[in-house]
Design a protein around this ligand. Sequence first.
Ligand code: DPP
Ligand code: ZN
Length: 876
Amino acid sequence: GQVFRLEDYRPSDYHIPLTDLTFRLSPDSTRVISELTIERRDGISGTPPLVLDGDGLVLKRVELDGKALAPSAYEATPESLVIANPPAGKRFRLLIETEIAPSQNQALMGLYRSNGVYCTQCEAEGFRRITYFLDRPDILSVYTVRIEAKRDEAPLLLANGNPGERGDLGDGRHFAVWHDPFPKPSYLFALVAGDLGLVSDSFVTASGREVALAIYVEHGKERLATYAMDSLKRSMRWDEEVFGREYDLDVFNIVAVSDFNMGAMENKGLNVFNDKYVLADEETATDADFANIEAIIAHEYFHNWTGNRITCRDWFQLCLKEGLTVFRDHEFSADQRSRAVKRIAEVRTLRAHQFPEDQGPLAHPVRPRRYREINNFYTATVYEKGSEVVRMIRTILGADMFRKGMDLYFERHDGDAATIEDFLQVFEDASGRDLSQFALWYHQAGTPNVTVAASHNAASNEFTLEIEQSVPPTPSESRKRLMHIPLAFGLVGQDGKDIAYAAVDGASVEDGVIHLRKRRHVVTFSGVAERPAISLNRGFSAPITLSIEQKPEDLMFLARHDGDAFSRWQAFNTLLTDALIAATRNVLGGKKPAFAKELVELAGIIAGDETLEHAFRALAISLPGEADIARDIGANIDPDAIHAAREALVGAIAETNQSHFKALYEKLGASGSFSPDATSAGRRALRNVLLDYLSILPHGEMLAADHFSAATNMTDRAAALMVLAHRHPKSAEAVNALAAFEEKYRSDALVMDKWFQIQAAMPGQDAVDLVRRLTAHPAFSMANPNRVRSLIGTFASANQTGFHRADGTGYKFFVETVLAVEKRNPQVAARLATALRSWRSLEPGRQAKAREALLAISAAENLSADLRDIVERTLA
Ligand code: DPP
Ligand code: ZN
């Protein structure tokens, strides 16, 4: 396939200042009449050909300035419409009529139908599946959209912007007109038409404008959108208060649909959501679902300024809107919930998804320089690492200067299609700092490694850190440059408080941050009388891997006393990880894993520490997952050994702390009425982690079965079901609970996704047959992305022992399934296929089988560009 390169960017010869669209909707043949006002760009000499993008289009009519165009004057294929000699005048009008079939659209890009509702998804390049256009984000146009449809089929007609005229067309048809005054790129176009239920509300902006808010959902599900609406209003207020950003249209509409490739989409004034991120109540959604809804509603709303008012010049700049908007939604959630807990959860996610990407064959810079298929770059690197990079800018500049830079960004670039260089420039201009070395975080792939050795000289009262950075090679970047790494730190004294030092030599240290810029720094703190414990990379100030020679006693001490909550969590997590890696080695060597008494007891102490939030305690005593352990081991992975080692540590902690955990579990038990707030969720989280431990003890399945039947909300019910299915899969309790759950929720697709997920993640040999059987379950559908991700995606990316079964049957099933999904939906198939990205770190037997699987996919006929791109990069 074609490779697109950043350095090849050039502006288009033509602009499209105005776009007037008419849709005559019908499931099998929708007519799209597009009337474009086109302008030659200033400074272009002559009349270069006009080349419009298409994708699978059928042209019905084309007119130039009101006259039919002679067939010799244009060339139309499904992929493009070329007008060789556009008029000599600066401005002209082009009318294009195309025919499309929404009911046949299974790729869910462009205009399609979900449960009978017409809806669109245009990011990144879906608009060209609707009409011929300059389908690139630097073409900003003012859209007026007229929708015509059967009134009974689609009483609701929505598009971007503000509502205009509407009326009857006779013959059972009606129309509505929408006008969006803000110029926007085509990827933000949206249309929805159907019969949906409405939840309405309103919001008064800081300057006193009233905005009508609406969330549209399937009839009968209105009640389930209450939390989403509440989240929306809180997001709108927060963006005013924290970033000074007000909403700008008269209406803000959200539509929930059940067939959606991504999480949600920030179309101007008309966000379209995967219904999984809108619908929730205590009966059907877990606390994690509530938190996701809050975050994603906020994320899409925040895009109104970071993405829509200021968009991307080209798709290489995707992180300009995504990294920044993720940072904004992280900050929002931190303010709404617990900042410390939120940060720990973010880092866990980053390590689970972005680190393996950055450390494997799919590694790419936050701002990539080349791509073959842009759909494959909606990645953890662009989103999550992109957010970390923005966070580091704030760390380096300080909160006030960061806000000044953001203000300048909005002031200078409102209405622009901007670049990462523009973004960095505002912070340099606002602060007078030089960010040129820092900019490597955008340009260079790979997770930097920082190694640290600490020593204390009691005679001279000096504490010295020898710090070295290195960035490992990544595909097509063998040589790396040195990064600017901001390391927040503290020197923790024996009383648990940070100790002061008189002076520093060897690196710039400002406000508790060491700025690494060279390969090696020897940083000496003078006036340090006692040997401190070093707390480094506090708050995870830089997305790096850190190795410090640190005594277990120091880590134990930090786990109890570090003033930085993240580092406190990290210290214990490091101890657990080290213990699990050693235990895995023992299992592989045929020995019984053994664990330090102090470590096992510390889990009990943290669990019961009433000075800590419940949610923090829950996170602290949750062991690293099997994939986390595999990532940290790095090579020659045997998932069965990791599983055995991890279960052994669960058992050791449970046995040692048995009575304490049981008492705590019971104490936490009495729950009043449900509230989704962070404090209540934290209490449930701790209780459910305790259940996980207690369930490994004798009669654990009975405790879990009681937990399951006593549950009054989905968080507790799903937690118990998971414990039963994963730890006691053969027990009658597990079989009964799975059956009861299925019976109760068989007609609720989103809840059945949890049932699929839990079974898909069931450890061990039997999972592959179970998952295969479940593909025939009436609630499963290969056409629905949420179902596919729940069953197949969970199996492939969250079931280490099942998927990586030594005989390769997990991979064989995976190949068949990925290819079956691909026939309909290449984008979802390509995403699934990334589950094999770490295949080279497996032990040789599995590695060979994984490679065969990748080769089998790549040998399939008519492979989509999406899947070919992933498989070829993974194998390279
Ligand atoms: N732009 C969308 C988002 O909000 C793509 N899913 O991330
Ligand atoms: Zn986004």
